[in-house]
Design a protein around this ligand. Structure first.
Ligand code: MN
Length: 714
């Protein structure tokens, strides 16, 4: 080092250069110092809120990046990241002095900074996330610099006003730590979380810090004991590994306490060990030795090497009961895996050959898809935010392949993740060998087999209701777009326009109304366009829409079911009116059905005469009952309907026709039976058994229906 006069440089920069030293020439290191000097001059008139010179901030950002083992371009960009925004220097200056790559990253970071996310609403925030992601798709280093910037700002947040501290902490939780998690950069994730936790929940943070502190001495002793025992047992087999005690982060302790309702003492992985091996094969060997030493707790052994998490995380986890009788969590991984776990995507930037693991390649591919869907309007801001916040589940195909899906994903998401065509021809699914409803939420380790109906013409818009992942929704929307979404949207608009004129409401009012969402059986997964498409697709009449909004004045029917006690003259008991009775849940009789009354301590319950519970009743308990005047009452009844058509068309037909008959429906449940028929259980309000039978007969005559019958039990 001749030209580099290290002693004159600030400590952070010397450390930073220390990280770069192995991989770069002296010439290159000097260019880093030049970036520092340039930034220092540009920021010379600025001071930070804490009173220190501004340059301390970029210096620390660069050091954080160096600690992540990032390349020299990122380091220079870190030093210069605030120059273009806050000083007189321009991007052109930076490009000229430090090259295109550095300027590109600085530009990206500046653009992200220009969106003031704290002042805007949640959608704007999501938009920011999008912009960050897309910036990243071109060069991930933009996001890494931004994360390092945020980390240093969080470290120095004490000098900010309280309100600002809370705002920034919230953002960190909502946006930045999830991104670090997605990228698999654990070391950034936990630092961001702990800092945000500290400033958002200062009291809770202090409490946990105290508790951790209080037991530290004792814990360290025990950890040492475990460590040396394990070390010895490994050494006997000639294996040499790094074993270290692992401190739990405050935020994750707090999460465990609040989410799982545990007390501090119950969180047993406060003591945890990590074993770093040389090779993957050794991991399994070490796990065997660990289980030989201490008994594993069943269900707590996790093999993330065979099935890595979607962010690429690989490791073996096990929890054992030690000779002291307490649980101990142990993570076993190779040094390479450990590096990836701590630095994630960043770990690979160190090597200039640009070698990325297949997870990272998949991640970038997914980003690109998201970008396309977003640009073309198939993916909304909300989709994005959800995607970022949620945890994941991993699911197996019948062949044992692993798929990662957002938590809460359903079989439809799974079908689309297998292949878009599989999704489009989805007819149901078996989970662990059993048919499940479309609303079934997949759980870790489920084996899912999709039932495909080759005759399907395409997806149903109803599926949006169950689609958890944004890519599933995008694929369904894209299908309709390709087919006829414009036409359907126009048709829907047309119907609403006619209705709106007569209702004296705007189309927007109608669209925003709960009556529409209820009528169409939608949830928040639907956009305005989806709703229009649905209306157009089902081809409702304007009258049907109008009825929704005019029905209001009509009196709500008096609904009678088991919980309600009837009185007055609707039922005659031993020829008398005005006696309170209950309608039995088991047989659910309707006016017109032959009934008997059974007397018990709780009163008189009305059963169908054919009800099993009404047979073999002791003489004194049987009461003579007859239906009286039930004209103004509605009774909840259930009709079961089986159909071989899985597209939902039959149901749509039925709902439409039944509306015309002025029959009120309460809910529809969908199931598949063993022959892959759809079984709908439809709850309706009726006045009598006669009306119910009429409806059943009417439905029997409709196309595509194989069986209709009244369900006796609820
Ligand atoms: Mn900054």
């Amino acid at each position: 080092m001749t030209k580099l006069k290290m002693e004159r440089l600030p400590e952070e920069l010397r450390k930073t250069l220390g990280y770069l030293f192995k991989n770069y020439t002296e010439e290159e290191l000097i260019s880093v110092v030049e970036a520092y000097e340039y930034a220092k001059i540009c920021h010379s008139s600025q001071i930070r809120k804490s009173g220190e010179p501004y340059i301390n901030h970029p210096l620390n950002v660069a050091l954080i990046l160096a600690e992540l083992n990032l390349d020299i371009v990122s380091i220079k960009a870190g030093l210069l990241h605030d120059v273009a925004e806050d000083t007189n220097a321009t991007l052109a200056d930076i490009r000229m002095k430090f090259g295109e790559e550095v300027a590109h990253i600085v530009d990206g970071v500046t653009k992200i900074d220009k969106i003031d996310i704290s002042k805007t609403n949640i959608d704007k925030k999501a938009e920011t996330i999008l912009k960050m992601f897309f910036a990243m798709a071109q060069d991930i280093r933009v996001i890494l610099v931004k994360l390092a910037d945020r980390l240093h700002n969080m470290r120095t947040i004490d000098s900010m006003p309280r309100l600002k501290q809370e705002e920034k902490s919230r953002e960190t939780f909502q946006i930045f730590s999830p991104i670090a998690h997605r990228l698999g950069i654990h070391s950034l994730k936990w630092q961001l979380e702990d800092l945000a936790f500290k400033h958002l929940y200062p009291n809770e943070y202090e409490k946990i810090a105290d508790m951790v502190d209080e037991k530290r001495a004792n814990r360290e002793l025990i950890t040492e004991e475990y460590k040396s025992l394990l070390q010895l047992s490994l050494a006997r087999q000639g294996i040499n590994c790094d074993i270290s005690g692992r401190e739990k982060h405050f935020y994750s302790i707090w999460q465990k306490m609040t989410k799982k309702g545990k007390t501090f003492d119950e969180i047993y992985d406060l003591i945890a060990l990590r074993v770093l091996t040389e090779t993957e094969r050794e991991c399994y060997y070490v796990m065997g030795l660990v289980h030989n030493l201490w008994k594993p707790i069943p269900g707590r052994v996790k093999d993330y090497i065979a099935t890595p998490k979607s962010n690429g995380y690989r490791s073996l986890h096990t929890t054992v009961i030690t000779h002291r009788g307490e649980p101990l969590e142990i993570q076993i991984r190779s040094k390479e895996m450990h590096n990836e776990a701590e630095y994630g995507l960043a770990a690979h930037w160190l090597y200039k050959e640009g070698k990325m693991s297949k997870y990272q390649q998949n991640w970038l591919k997914k980003l690109e898809e998201w970008h396309q869907d977003y640009k073309q309007g198939y993916t909304g801001f909300k989709d994005f935010q959800n995607e970022l916040q949620v945890e994941e589940v991993y699911i197996f195909t019948p062949k044992g392949e692993v798929k990662h899906l957002p938590a809460g994903a359903t079989t439809i998401d799974f079908a689309y993740s297998v292949h878009t065509e599989v999704g489009h021809h989805f007819a149901g699914a078996k989970v662990n060998g059993k048919i499940v409803q479309n609303s079934y939420e997949l759980k870790n380790g489920d084996i899912v087999e999709i039932i495909v109906n080759k005759n399907r013409s395409g997806p149903s818009l109803d599926w949006l209701k169950w689609a958890r992942s944004s890519s599933t929704r995008a694929k369904i929307r894209r299908f309709f777009k390709k087919r006829d979404s414009d036409r359907l949207v126009d048709q829907g608009k047309d119907i609403l326009r006619k209705a709106s004129k007569r209702l004296n409401l705007s189309i927007d009012d109608i669209l925003a109304s709960e009556k529409i969402t209820e009528f169409l059986n939608l949830n928040q997964n639907f956009t305005e366009n989806d709703i229009l498409m649905k209306i157009g697709d089902a081809n409702y009449s304007p009258e049907q829409i109008i009825t929704l909004f005019t029905e209001e004045e009509e009196e709500e029917p008096i609904v009678v079911d088991g919980e309600k006690v009837k009185s007055k003259n609707t039922v005659f008991v031993n020829g008398e009116s005005g006696i309170d009775v209950k309608i039995a849940h088991c047989c659910n009789p309707l006016p017109g059905d032959k009934v008997v009354g059974i007397m018990s301590k709780k009163g008189i319950t009305i059963h169908a005469a054919s009800c099993p519970n009404a047979q073999d009743v002791k003489e004194g308990e049987l009461v003579d009952v007859k239906w009286g005047d039930t004209e103004n009452e509605f009774y909840l009844a259930q009709i079961v309907l089986e159909s071989s058509d899985t597209s939902g068309k039959v149901l749509k037909d039925i709902i439409q026709r039944t509306k015309e008959k002025n029959l009120k429906m309460k809910e529809v449940n969908t199931k598949f039976n063993d022959w892959d028929y759809v079984v709908y259980t439809i709850s309706v309000y009726v006045r009598s058994a006669g009306q119910l039978n009429d409806i059943i007969e009417y439905w029997k005559g409709l196309k595509g229906i194989s069986r209709v019958y009244r369900a006796r039990r609820k």
